[in-house]
Design a protein around this ligand. Structure first.
Ligand SMILES: Cc1cc2nc3c(=O)[nH]c(=O)nc-3n(C[C@H](O)[C@H](O)[C@H](O)COP(=O)(O)OP(=O)(O)OC[C@H]3O[C@@H](n4cnc5c(N)ncnc54)[C@H](O)[C@@H]3O)c2cc1C
Length: 378
C-alpha cells in the first residue's frame, strides 16, 4: 500500500480500468491506484513486438479496433492514431478460401454461379429450412437462417470446435442472426472507424496511463492485498465477478483459447490476417498472421509469425475469454448481482460477465465514470 491513500482503487488494467483511471486522474485530478495480476497493462488487447522480426503479436488473439460511436472514437483519438486497416476474414473449407462472413462472392464461388444481388437474395431464401418455424437448437436455427449446405460448410464444424459440443445439443439462442451480404463487401466489420493503433497497442495504453496521478502495480492480485486496504476507498473491480465472491454460488461458464505460435522464415503464410478453419478434420479454429494487420509497416524481411487458435471450456485457472451464458450461468450471475458489495463497483467484460468489443467496453466505462464515479468522488 502506498502511504498516501488513493482516491480510487481500480482492479484490472484492461481498457475498462484504464478508461476509468484516465478520466478520474485527468478530469477530476484525483489519484488512482490500479492493481493488475498480469505483468502488463491493456488486458486482453495487449500486444508486444517480437524482437527479432519486429512483428507486433497480439498475445490474446487478433484485436482490431472498430466503432461507429463518435464519442468513443474522439476519446481514443486523444491517445492514438489508427492505420485504417479494413479487417477481411477468409474461411478455408476443404482447402478453398471463401469470403467470410458470407457475401455475394462466397455464394457465387461456393455454388459455382454468377448471381447478381437480387438473384442471390432469392437463392438464399430457397436454401432456408423451416423459415419462421421453431428452432430447437443451434443447428435448426442456422439451417433456418442459411440452409443446410452453407451451415455444414461454414458453421457446423466451427461451432462444434468452439463449444466442443454437437450444435444439435447447443441452444438456438447462441445465434440470433448469421450475417449475409448480397454485395461483394468482404469487410468483417462495417463500422465507419476501424484500424490498428499506428504505434502499437502498448503505446496507446501507456498514453492512457501516463497521468502522474495514476499508479499501477503489476503482478499484484487484488485478493492478495485486499485485507490491507482501507474499507473507505471506493473500488472499481474489473476481474471475474464469481471470483470476487469466492465462487460461493458456483463458477460461471467461460470458453478459453489455447494459442500455438510459430515463427516462419517466409514473407507470407496466408492471404489474410485471420483465416477460419470450419472443417472438423482440422483441430484449430483459426490462424492469425499478425503482420497482415499492418500493411503500412511493409515488413517483408523473410519473416512472419502465425498463431493457431484452439477453443475449449475454461477451467478455474484458465483465462476466461467468452462467456458461455447458459441458463445455469444466468442463474448464478443473478445470485452474485444480488449480493451486497459496499463501495465496490463491478465493471468490464469479466465484472459484468458480458462479451464486449473494445469500443463497447470504453463506452460503458465512460458512462460509469459520468453517472457513478463523478458523484462518488466529488
Ligand atoms: C479472443 C478475443 C478477441 C477479441 N478481439 C477483439 C477485436 O478484434 N476487437 C474488439 O474491439 N474487441 C475484441 N475483443 C474484446 C476486448 O478484448 C475487450 O473489449 C476488452 O478486453 C475489455 O476490456 P476489460 O478491461 O473489460 O477486460 P480485460 O481486457 O479482460 O481486462 C481485465 C483485467 O483485469 C485483470 N484482473 C482480473 N482479476 C484481477 C485481480 N484479482 N487482481 C488484479 N487484476 C485482475 C486481468 O488480468 C485483466 O488484465 C476480443 C476479446 C477476446 C477474448
Amino acid at each position: 500500500m502506498t502511504k498516501a491513500q488513493p482516491d480510487l482503487i481500480v482492479v484490472g488494467a484492461g481498457l475498462t480500468g484504464l478508461t476509468i483511471a484516465e478520466r478520474v486522474a485527468s478530469e477530476l485530478g484525483k489519484s488512482v491506484l490500479i492493481y493488475e495480476t498480469r505483468n502488463h497493462i491493456g488486458g486482453n488487447a495487449f500486444s508486444y513486438f517480437e524482437p527479432k522480426s519486429g512483428i507486433e503479436i497480439h498475445k490474446y488473439g487478433t484485436h482490431v479496433f472498430h466503432t461507429a460511436n463518435e464519442k468513443v472514437f474522439e476519446y481514443v483519438s486523444g491517445f492514438t492514431k489508427f492505420n485504417n486497416f479494413q479487417h477481411k476474414v477468409l474461411s478455408n473449407h476443404k482447402g478453398t478460401l471463401f469470403n467470410f462472413p458470407i457475401n455475394l462472392n462466397t455464394l457465387n464461388s461456393f455454388f459455382d454461379l454468377s448471381m447478381d444481388e437480387n438473384e442471390a437474395k432469392t437463392f438464399l431464401e430457397s436454401l432456408k429450412e423451416n423459415p419462421g418455424g421453431r428452432a430447437e437448437n443451434l443447428e435448426d436455427k442456422a439451417k433456418q437462417l442459411v440452409g443446410r449446405v452453407l451451415y455444414e460448410a461454414f458453421i457446423k464444424g466451427y461451432s462444434q470446435k468452439q463449444w466442443q459440443e454437437d450444435p444439435k445439443n447447443l441452444p438456438s439462442t447462441i445465434i440470433n442472426r448469421i450475417p449475409v451480404r448480397f454485395n461483394s463487401d468482404s469487410r468483417y466489420f462495417d463500422d465507419i472507424h476501424q484500424g490498428l493503433p499506428l504505434d502499437g497497442y502498448g503505446s496507446w495504453f501507456e498514453s492512457m496511463a501516463a497521468n502522474k496521478k495514476i499508479t499501477i502495480l503489476l503482478e499484484t492480485d487484488y485478493f492478495d492485498i485486499k485485507k490491507d486496504l482501507s474499507p473507505d476507498i471506493p473500488i472499481v473491480y474489473t476481474g471475474p465477478i464469481d471470483r470476487y465472491f469466492d465462487y460461493k454460488h458456483g463458477l460461471l461458464g467461460w470458453r478459453t483459447l489455447d494459442f500455438e505460435h510459430e515463427a516462419l522464415p517466409i514473407d507470407s503464410f496466408q492471404s489474410a490476417a485471420v483465416v477460419n478453419y470450419p472443417d472438423l478434420d482440422v483441430a484449430f479454429t483459426r490462424i492469425h498472421e499478425f503482420k497482415k494487420l499492418y500493411p503500412e509497416r511493409r515488413i517483408s524481411n523473410g519473416a512472419t509469425h502465425i498463431m493457431r487458435e484452439y477453443s475449449r471450456a475454461a477451467e478455474r485457472e484458465d483465462d476466461p475469454f467468452y462467456p458461455m451464458n447458459r441458463g445455469i450461468d444466468r442463474e448464478i450471475l443473478s445470485k452474485y448481482k444480488n449480493e451486497k458489495v459496499g463501495n465496490t463497483i463491478f465493471a468490464g467484460r469479466l465484472g459484468s460477465y458480458k462479451y464486449m468489443d473494445m469500443d463497447v467496453a470504453i463506452a460503458a466505462a465512460l458512462t460509469l465514470y459520468r453517472n457513478t464515479i463523478i458523484p462518488l468522488l466529488t
